[in-house]
Design a protein around this ligand. Structure first.
Ligand code: NAP
Length: 249
């Protein structure tokens, strides 16, 4: 087994789970973070271990700094120095118009989709950066095609939170480019996961997929391939980049 150690936030389900399984196949020791669905995270760990890999599930709300610190300390203690972070955890809420959004909902979306990735990226940089005595590493942010499209009549708040994540990707990539850390983002389009149920339309991908240039929605495994590429040595000269995984959308 290699000495690559990866932390995937929201790694129990959807895109995060597919990324965890592929990372384990590629030889990473995998920390699967989750917030509520312990059984799903445990299932991913079981599948990785059954295939001879090494994995660990850790509960933490990524928008809470004390929980994030505990999460990263657990990885330090169990697996040693972190080499890769995937800021995947994210959420959205019921479809609607901007003029229907209230303060509490906005606070929840910003917390999960902006504060969470900021806190986790900071904790990762303090471990990976040569400035802190680290060996370097790579970070991938899971943004969305929504940051380009704005998600009108669905969730402009969600789209804007991914716009913030895009800005963070650019800024952090430049901040740590000379410190051994690469920072990139993927922007998935419509992917078959549970997230669409949160918007009130579980079958959204089936409805919109046929209208896309490639005529279908994407699979979590197709996003995982892009994430693992950006983390890999094959992407050693790639930083501050955005990989659109959206079937031409
Ligand atoms: P999903 O199946 O609903 O999974 C979301 C994951 O995020 C879950 O594992 C959940 O944990 C975790 N999570 C949410 N809030 C969290 C928090 N505060 N702290 C820790 N974990 C938290 O959704 P998905 O589609 O795979 O989404 C993964 C990422 O892809 C998100 O950032 C999403 O915005 C992005 N994305 C998805 C699509 C798409 O079409 N599916 C398109 C573009 C971008 P629990 O399991 O414990 O609840």
């Amino acid at each position: 087994m290699s000495d690559e150690v990866i932390l995937i936030t929201g790694g129990g389900r959807g895109i995060g789970a597919a990324t965890a399984l592929l990372a384990a196949e590629r030889g990473y020791r995998v920390c699967v973070n989750y917030r509520t669905d312990e059984a799903a995270a445990a299932g991913v760990v079981e599948r990785i271990e059954a295939a001879g890999g090494s994995a660990l599930a850790v509960r933490a709300d990524v928008s809470r700094s004390t929980e994030v610190e505990r999460l990263f300390r657990t990885v330090d203690e169990e697996f040693g120095p972190l080499t890769a972070l995937v800021n995947n955890a994210g959420t959205l809420e019921k479809q609607g118009r901007l003029d229907e959004l209230d303060e509490d909902r906005l606070a929840r979306i910003w917390a999960a989709n902006i504060t969470g990735p900021f806190l986790c990226a900071g904790a990762a940089v303090r471990r990976m950066s040569t400035r802190y005595g680290g060996r370097g590493g790579a970070i991938v942010n899971v943004s969305s095609a929504a940051s380009r499209l704005g998600s009108p009549n669905e969730y402009v708040d969600y789209a804007a939170s991914k716009g913030a994540l895009d800005s963070m990707t650019t800024g952090l990539a430049l901040e740590v480019a000379a410190e051994g850390i690469r920072v990139n983002a993927v922007r998935p389009g419509l992917i078959h996961t549970d997230i669409h149920a949160l918007g009130g339309e579980p079958a959204r991908v089936d409805r919109v997929g046929p209208l896309l240039p490639m005529g279908r929605g994407g699979r979590p495994e197709e996003v995982a391939e892009g994430i693992l590429y950006l983390l890999s040595p094959g992407a050693s000269y790639v930083t501050g980049a955005f990989l659109d995984l959206a079937g031409g959308r």
